[in-house]
Design a protein around this ligand. Structure first.
Ligand SMILES: C[S@@+](CC[C@H](N)C(=O)[O-])C[C@H]1O[C@@H](n2cnc3c(N)ncnc32)[C@H](O)[C@@H]1O
Length: 404
């Protein structure tokens, strides 16, 4: 691989913003990719993937290079040179990369790789929490799996096409895909590519959605004609899936505390040919109270630590704080207790997170069932999905039914 100066400089700029200014990696990458209109798909891919890679391995690389936050531009180049050496990429003779101690880098890597928190490049607190929550054996496998690059997975929009037809159309646009066992409507890209520029995407034939996330909507057992509430809908990844399973029939109410997210959902419903979604901003407790005992089905895709999706958001290893987990657990308990009242007798609800921590998952459901409101519900089933076992994002989902 030959390194191009302007692309590497863009990576260094991006790392500075992410590490020193606490900016979000996806937003920063979007910004630096606008630097030069002439960059092609490979150039853009290099910038995005190299930046994400160095973000993912920040702690390990910083320990190897012995550089610490806040990072000077020279030290960001040192992190970059560690990335090159460990990947066997020949170093160009630029002054920023002069005197890179290649043998020392390899030696430090071997030494630090013996210790999990360095090898997996995670903060001390996260390593201790993961081990306590999952036990050493599972945590060791799980954090290794969460450090791999996620595949690009699509969900066929069955309102507009079939999986086979989508596969054929994508092939005609030079995108090879393959089915995934266990996720009915999913297709996985054989080679990573930007799918958002395809006609198939613009025509609403698919959404990008991880295979684990695609298991949540079917878990709710929805049917056409029902009244379904998706109470933490966000930009609606699962709302769109629910609409497809409902065949566009019945009523689907998408709620969130952020209007901006529901606006994004509106754009997506149009592209997907979804007609049965109504957005409602939760701007007071009245919004929930008005819908008490009204829903055949309720999805609580709760806000969480996101520890199951570190592959997609490696910078949350550095942005997430233990205090946030305590706070979000209180929000999850509140959502379960207040929002569950929207389910009608005989109706069902799914509580889901993209976390792998039992305290956000099964333990939340257990304490809800032991509460006064939870006494109206019966536990039906749950799934704990681990990246190390299933190969996709870490997820949790539980199905509860309300007594008649
Ligand atoms: C895991 S995300 C949802 C992802 C979304 N369901 C999807 O499939 O794309 C959780 C969502 O809950 C929202 N949220 C946070 N606190 C909330 C609350 N108290 N009530 C309702 N929604 C909340 C967040 O804004 C966020 O969009």
């Amino acid at each position: 691989m030959r390194l191009h100066r302007n692309l590497v400089f863009a990576v260094i700029d991006a790392l500075g913003m992410i590490f020193n200014d606490d900016a979000y990696a996806d937003k920063v990458i979007e910004k630096v990719l606008r630097y030069d209109k002439r960059w092609g798909a490979r150039d853009r891919g290099f910038i995005a993937e190299t930046t994400y890679d160095i973000v993912r391995w920040k702690r390990l690389y910083a320990e190897i290079a012995e550089v610490y936050s806040p990072y000077s531009r020279q030290n960001l180049f040192r992190l970059f040179s560690v990335w090159c050496v460990l990947r066997g990429i020949p170093l160009p003779d630029w002054k920023q990369l002069e005197e890179t101690p290649e043998r020392r880098i390899k030696g430090r890597f071997d030494e630090l790789s013996k210790i999990r928190k360095y090898r997996e490049s995670i903060p001390d607190w996260m390593d201790a929490l993961g081990e306590k929550a999952l036990g050493g054996e599972l945590w060791t496998k799980e954090i290794a799996a969460l450090n791999t690059q996620a595949n690009v997975i699509l969900r066929t929009n069955t309102l507009k096409t079939t999986k086979q037809e989508l596969q054929r159309l994508l092939k005609a646009e030079d995108i090879e895909t393959e089915p995934i066992s266990g996720a009915k409507d999913a297709l996985q890209l054989v080679v990573r590519k930007n799918v958002f520029t395809t006609d198939a995407f613009k025509n609403g034939l698919f959404e990008v959605q991880d295979a684990s996330s695609q298991l949540v909507a079917p878990f709710l057992e929805v049917a056409p004609g029902q009244r379904v509430i998706d109470a933490c809908a966000g930009a609606g990844g699962k709302t769109l899936h629910l609409a497809a399973l409902m065949e566009n029939k019945g009523q689907l109410i998408a709620m969130d505390i952020y209007e901006s997210k529901l606006k994004k959902l509106k754009v997506r419903t149009r592209r997907n040919g979804v007609h049965n979604v109504e957005g409602r901003v939760i701007d007071s407790t009245k919004v929930i109270k008005k819908s008490h005992h009204s829903a055949d089905r309720l999805l609580l895709d709760a806000p969480c630590s996101g520890l199951g999706v570190l592959r997609r958001n490696p910078d949350s290893k550095w942005k997430l704080q233990p205090e946030f987990i305590s706070k979000i657990k209180a929000v999850q308990a509140d959502i379960l207790s207040r929002y569950s009242k929207m389910v009608k007798p005989g109706g069902k609800m799914v509580y889901a997170t993209c976390s792998i921590l039992p305290e956000e998952n099964g333990e939340q459901v257990k304490s809800f069932l032991a509460s006064e409101v939870g006494a109206d519900f019966t536990f039906e089933k749950e799934r704990n999905i681990y990246a190390s076992k299933h190969g996709f994002d870490g997820f949790y989902m539980a199905l509860l039914s309300k007594k008649k």
